[in-house]
Design a binder for this molecule. Structure first.
Ligand SMILES: [Zn+2]
Length: 316
């Protein structure tokens, strides 16, 4: 009898689970590629994973590991012809514009990348923010590869999410220095998906029409960048209430990036991330954060910018 009462008392006074961990991280060692001197810093993912997992401020994180995406999910976005060329590793009109080689290990990397964004989307059921240490392949179209992107992880994840919840509002906040042309095209006619891309106007790619496009001038500064971002988020808020946000937190608006020529500092990029987080909290939206691009002269700068994004979303 005493034992029973004791157990009940213990249960009553057991400290409740404190929910400070409202963020999860998704990562796979398969995200990394060996590309030699290629401008795409395919080792950034492992370096970022190491930095985040060893950070004193972000102890006891949940790291979850994805499975590779399945063909049935890819077919929600990509055409059968394109997938056939891709899976048979054929260089055709649809695969040749990726600017990356095409072989089994690269295909596997993209399958895990898409799997990561699919897993991150599922995890938003239990977490406010989910940070995928990868993904953001926004140049891939339904029927062909572009940029460094063979498969479009965000588009596949959104289409799968829409199959489950057909009336949810989804916002893509794409702050990579390059326009998210693949997503803009894929969701062009979908009123439940708002595509917002703020990018450098004068560089790759050939632009598609997003719901809101902001083309920045070359050498845009922190203050100008942050002012335009604030105004744009206000404008979005007045016309769209997102349930879920995909934030492509590209590190390539950075002032020392090799592919872009904006003049945004690391400090400016932290402020950028805070604005997106504040917007999400204010609008009660979940966020999937994706690393997207980053080609700084020193890869350690790219990694640090992505790391700072993780800290911003991790902090209360
Ligand atoms: Zn980019």
């Amino acid at each position: 009898m005493f034992d029973i009462i004791n157990n009940i008392l213990q249960d009553l006074f057991k400290p409740k689970n404190i929910e400070y961990n409202n963020i999860a991280f998704v990562y796979s060692h398969k995200y990394n590629l060996e590309l030699g001197g290629h401008v795409f810093p395919a080792i950034k993912y492992e370096q970022l994973y190491n930095l985040i997992s060893m950070d004193e401020e972000m102890l006891n994180l949940e790291f979850l590991h994805p499975e590779p995406a399945e063909k049935i999910d890819l077919e929600l976005v990509h055409t059968k012809d394109y997938l056939e060329d891709l899976f048979s590793l054929k260089i055709t009109n649809s695969t040749k514009n990726s600017e990356l080689p095409l072989n089994n290990s690269i295909l596997e990397t993209f399958l895990y990348g898409v799997g990561g964004t699919l897993l991150a989307t599922e995890l938003t059921e239990n977490y406010d923010f989910v940070y995928n240490i990868g993904g953001g392949y926004h140049h891939s179209y339904a029927d062909h590869a572009e940029g460094f992107c063979y498969l479009n992880d965000v588009a596949v994840a959104i289409k799968k999410y829409q199959k489950k919840y057909n009336n949810k509002k989804i916002l893509i906040i794409d702050l990579d220095v390059h326009q998210g042309n693949g997503n803009s095209k894929i969701f062009n006619k979908d009123e439940n998906v708002f595509t917002f891309s703020m990018h450098q106007e004068s560089i790759y790619p050939k632009k598609e029409l997003s719901t809101l496009d902001i083309g920045l001038r070359d050498s845009c500064s922190d203050s100008e960048y942050l002012r335009i971002l604030t105004e744009s988020l206000k404008q979005i808020e007045s016309q769209f209430k997102p349930d879920l946000i995909y934030y492509l937190a590209g590190a390539d608006p950075y002032e020392d990036d090799r592919l872009g020529s904006l003049k945004i500092t690391k400090y400016g990029l932290i402020e950028r991330d805070k604005k997106v987080k504040d917007f999400a909290i204010k609008n009660n939206s979940k966020v999937v954060v994706l690393t997207a691009g980053g080609y700084a002269r020193n890869t350690s700068d790219t990694v640090l910018i992505h790391f700072n994004t993780a800290r911003v979303f991790h902090r209360k």
